[in-house]
Structure formats: structure tokens, C-alpha cells
Design a binder for this molecule. Structure first.
Ligand code: PGA
Length: 231
């Protein structure tokens, strides 16, 4: 079973998020583990809808402090409280549009883990530098885990990277992560691919042992394009 993460970005309102989740629930069980990352406003309604179901929720971002005078921010604890178990960290759109730095991303990684969330660290072409910075001072307890999402910038919203280059990058990232986090067990680390994923490409990517799952943006917004990826 692989991990499929749907990143709905700022694309769906509450009504659309509920409707799509409803349709996904009707399609259960899937061949893979599914995590939905909707807009913050849709998390609570989806949590209610998903009670007792296997589909899980994730935030698209978090702030590194637990509480305080931080206007507009949301903490790991607050995300956990409304039903999230995952959170995206350092997505390339935030690195670019919000000027998120490696230091900020590292603090978010640490905060996510201490707030009982599984962080999904998004890295791009500069994955060596981004992993080294993002995973600094991270200490995982044995029940905790992380996800690394390799998303080459040129592929997001466009065409997926060639499978052979993804496999090479994943192997390097896995090895580097093990070096950076000594003692990490294989079940604590999942390396997934994102960027231009489409239903016709998904089977070949998911067939590879080196690819633990997919982070899907555009194709996760309709049942027509998303359901074939999940089956
Ligand atoms: P995409 O987005 O599947 O639309 O390329 C992936 C992402 O940005 O996480």
C-alpha cells in the first residue's frame, strides 16, 4: 500500500471539498492510503464527514510556535485539534511566493513532529541542500515518521519528471536522509513523488519500490482524474 496525498491548494471552497470527499468515500476502499490536504476552512467539515473512515487529513502549512501573538498563523496543535494527522512543509509555492527560508522550514518540521503531525517535507531540484537544512536537529521518537516529497519545480502543474531521474533522486534522498537522521527505521521514512502526476503515469511510478507514494495537485481535484490513481 502506497501513500497518496492530495494537495488541493486554494482550489476548492467548502462545498466543493465536501462534495469531492463524499464521492471519494463512495469509492472506498482504495488500493492506497489517502490523505487530503484541503484549504484550512474545509478541514473541520471534512473531519466530521470522515469520522470512522480511513481517509486522513493534512494541513497545507503550519507555524512553528505553539501559541502566541502570531496573527494569521496556525499551529501544529490547532491542526491536530481539528483532525489533521499530516502537514505539508516547505511546498515550493510557499518557498517562492512567501519567501519561506530553510530556517523557517526547519522550525516547522520540528514543530510538526512535536505537535503529533507527520510532516511532509517538500523539496525540489536543490534537494540535497533542502534536506540538510530541513532535517537539521530533528529527533524522531520510534513511533514518529516523516514523508519527503520530491517535487522538481519545473514539473509542478506541468509534466512529470522522467521516471528514471525520479528514481535516481529518490535513492540519493533516502541515503542522505538516513545519514542526517541516524537510526531512522525504514518504516519511519516515506519518499514520495509530486509534480505533474496524471492517472496514466501513476501505475508506473507506484510500481517502483523506490517510490512510496505520490503528492497529487491538479489531478486530485476531480474524481475522473483522481479515482484511477487511487485504484
Ligand atoms: P501538480 O501539483 O500535481 O498539479 O503538479 C503537485 C504539487 O504542487 O504538490
Amino acid at each position: 500500500m502506497k501513500l497518496i496525498i492530495a494537495n488541493w491548494k486554494m482550489q476548492l471552497d467548502i462545498r466543493e471539498s465536501v462534495a469531492l470527499t463524499h464521492r471519494l468515500m463512495q469509492g472506498l476502499p482504495f488500493a492506497h492510503e489517502l490523505v487530503l490536504c484541503p484549504s484550512f476552512t474545509a478541514i473541520a467539515p471534512l473531519h466530521e464527514l470522515l469520522m470512522g473512515h480511513s481517509i486522513r487529513l493534512g494541513g497545507q502549512d503550519l507555524f512553528w510556535e505553539e501559541k502566541g501573538a502570531y496573527t494569521g498563523e496556525i499551529s501544529a496543535k490547532q491542526l491536530h485539534e481539528i483532525g489533521c494527522s499530516f502537514v505539508l512543509v516547505g511546498h515550493s509555492e510557499r518557498r517562492k511566493n512567501l519567501k519561506e527560508t530553510e530556517a523557517m522550514i526547519n522550525k516547522k518540521m520540528i514543530a510538526a513532529l512535536s505537535g503529533k503531525l507527520v510532516p511532509i517535507l517538500c523539496v525540489g531540484e536543490a534537494y540535497k541542500k533542502q534536506l540538510t537544512a530541513g532535517l537539521a536537529d530533528l529527533h524522531l521518537r520510534h513511533q514518529e515518521s516523516i514523508v519527503i516529497a520530491y517535487e522538481p519545480e519545473g514539473s509542478i502543474g506541468k509534466k512529470a519528471a522522467p521516471l528514471s531521474s525520479v528514481l535516481k533522486a529518490h535513492a540519493v534522498m533516502r541515503e542522505l536522509t538516513r545519514k542526517l537522521l541516524p537510526g531512522l527505521k525504514s518504516k519511519q521514512l516515506r519518499v514520495i513523488y509530486g509534480g505533474g502526476m496524471e492517472e496514466k503515469l501513476a501505475p508506473a511510478f507506484l510500481a517502483e519500490a523506490q517510490i512510496d507514494g505520490l503528492l497529487v495537485g491538479g489531478a486530485s481535484l476531480t474524481m475522473r482524474t483522481f479515482a484511477p490513481i487511487l485504484r
